[in-house]
Unconditional design. Structure first.
Length: 163
C-alpha cells in the first residue's frame, strides 16, 4: 500500500496535466509526463516523511493516515534519493528532447537545468535541515531563494523560447 499510495498521488497530477492538455489542445510530450509523475512522487514522499516525523515526535500512536503505518524514515529517505535523481534526469531528458526543442524552436533549454537542480536541492535542504516540506505551496510563497529561483527559471525559459 505504501508504494501504491505515492503512485496514486503522482498519477493524479499526470491526469490533471493530460486533461489540461486535452482541453487546451496542447501536445504533451512523454518527457513532460514523466517529469510531472516523478516530481509528484518526490513531493509526495517528502510530504509523507515530514508527516511521519511530526507524528513520531508528538504522538506516535495517533497516525492520521493508515498508509503512514507502513512507512519508516529510512525507507522514505531511500525513495526520496531515487526520486530526486530520476526527476533531475527526466527534466534533463525533457530539455534535450528533439521534439521539445523543435516545438520551442531552441536547442538551449539545457540552460534551465541549473535552476531545476537548485529548486530540488533547495526543497531537500528545507525539508531535511529546516523540517519543512509538508506543503510545497507554502515553500513557494515563503522561501525567498526558492521563489526567486522559480521566477528566474520561468524567465530564462521564456527568453529561450522567444528567441
Amino acid at each position: 500500500m505504501v508504494i501504491i499510495d505515492i503512485m496514486v498521488v503522482a498519477l493524479g497530477f499526470v491526469l490533471r496535466l493530460l486533461v489540461g492538455g486535452a482541453i487546451n489542445h496542447i501536445v504533451l510530450f512523454p518527457w513532460i509526463l514523466i517529469c510531472t509523475f516523478l516530481l509528484a512522487i518526490f513531493l509526495a514522499l517528502i510530504k509523507r516523511r515530514q508527516e511521519l516525523l511530526k507524528i513520531e515526535s508528538i504522538h506516535p500512536e495517533q497516525v492520521t493516515r493508515k498508509t503512514l503505518q507502513g512507512y519508516n524514515v529510512s525507507l522514505l529517505d531511500q525513495m526520496i534519493s531515487i526520486a530526486t535523481a530520476t526527476t533531475l534526469i527526466s527534466y534533463i531528458m525533457y530539455a534535450l528532447s528533439p521534439d521539445v526543442q523543435l516545438k520551442f524552436h531552441t536547442t538551449k533549454l539545457f540552460y534551465t537545468v541549473p535552476f531545476v537542480i537548485f529548486g530540488i536541492f533547495r526543497y531537500l535542504f528545507l525539508s531535511y535541515a529546516k523540517g519543512e516540506g509538508e506543503s510545497p505551496s507554502e515553500i513557494i510563497y515563503t522561501d525567498l531563494p526558492f521563489t526567486l529561483n522559480l521566477i528566474l527559471w520561468v524567465s530564462v525559459f521564456i527568453l529561450l523560447v522567444k528567441h
